[in-house]
Design a protein around this ligand. Structure first.
Ligand SMILES: Nc1ncnc2c1ncn2[C@@H]1O[C@H](COP(=O)(O)OP(=O)(O)OP(=O)(O)O)[C@@H](O)[C@H]1O
Ligand SMILES: [Mg+2]
Length: 247
């Protein structure tokens, strides 16, 4: 079982979009658990009609197990632990817990069931103690970014946060890449030269297929499986799996 978090302290860069699409891709032949750690509930509402509360209790009370918020999805090989806005209300309560309890309560999320091959964690853009603990406890952290000189400058902040948490940085990948834009091509080169092998070869293009699919509660490969966007989702999932499996 490998736990993979998607994190960037910048909002709107594609954490949720990546989690949803990669979960679908992985679920072709693996069992996947998605954990929504974001009170916005975006990935929860993609996968289920009514997200369950309870994750906030599992995080703050040792006796409450995470399966309180476990939901099956319409995909036979994907389950989800859902988030609701109640998660936003417990940050200070979690902060007041002892370090050991904070650690125990986050680790129990990632270890409560052996039946999954992959756990994909959708983190919020905010860095709080809960996010920090999850980053520390998971096996790999991947960082989606949108190209732009500010974003490239900001990468060292994100990798610094990951390093401070003692987590394994899986790599950074570009979302919303515009391959017809010379500036994006140049920024991609800059990213590769600054991050070396930690810049993934795969990317997700800026694509209406990716954007619109979510409105139909579909992943990009389901919505239009023959498109370049769907091919990119498959390539990204493959590269992430290979990094995590040490291929
Ligand atoms: N490759 C893409 N092409 C076009 N639109 C995209 C793409 N990726 C994401 N989007 C759109 O960008 C918006 C933000 O994406 P998403 O919600 O995945 O970001 P996020 O990092 O999870 O945001 P937050 O920080 O708020 O949780 C959404 O409207 C989504 O549909
Ligand atoms: Mg999100």
């Amino acid at each position: 079982m490998t736990s993979i978090a998607f994190y960037n302290n910048k909002g709107g860069v594609g954490k949720t979009t990546s989690v949803i699409n990669i979960a679908y891709q992985f679920a072709a032949d693996k069992k996947v658990l998605v954990i929504d750690m974001d009170g916005q509930s975006n990935s929860s509402r993609f996968f289920v009609d009514e997200p369950k509360t309870g994750l906030e209790q599992a995080l703050t009370r040792s006796v409450v197990m995470p399966d309180i918020a476990l939901c099956p999805t319409r995909y036979p090989f994907i389950d989800i632990i859902t988030a609701t806005p109640a998660l936003n209300d417990i940050v200070s309560i979690f902060y007041a817990l002892s370090e050991a309890t904070q650690r125990e309560n986050t680790e129990k999320l990632l270890t409560f069931s052996e039946k999954y091959d992959y756990i994909l964690i959708d983190l919020p853009p905010a860095l709080n103690k809960i996010t920090e603990r999850i980053i520390s406890a998971c096996d790999y952290v991947f960082v989606p970014i949108e190209l732009g000189s500010f974003a490239i400058q900001g990468i060292s902040t994100v990798t610094g946060i990951i390093a401070d948490c003692g987590a394994k940085f899986g790599g950074c990948f570009v979302n919303k890449f515009d391959r017809d834009n010379p500036s994006d091509i140049q920024l991609m080169e800059m990213l590769k030269s600054s991050l070396g092998t930690k810049a993934l070869n795969s990317f997700l293009p800026f694509s209406r297929v990716i954007k619109n699919s979510v409105s139909y509660k579909l992943t990009a490969p389901e919505y239009m499986g023959w498109t370049f966007a769907a091919e990119c989702v498959a390539n990204l999932a493959k590269e992430i799996a290979e990094i995590c499996d040490g291929v």
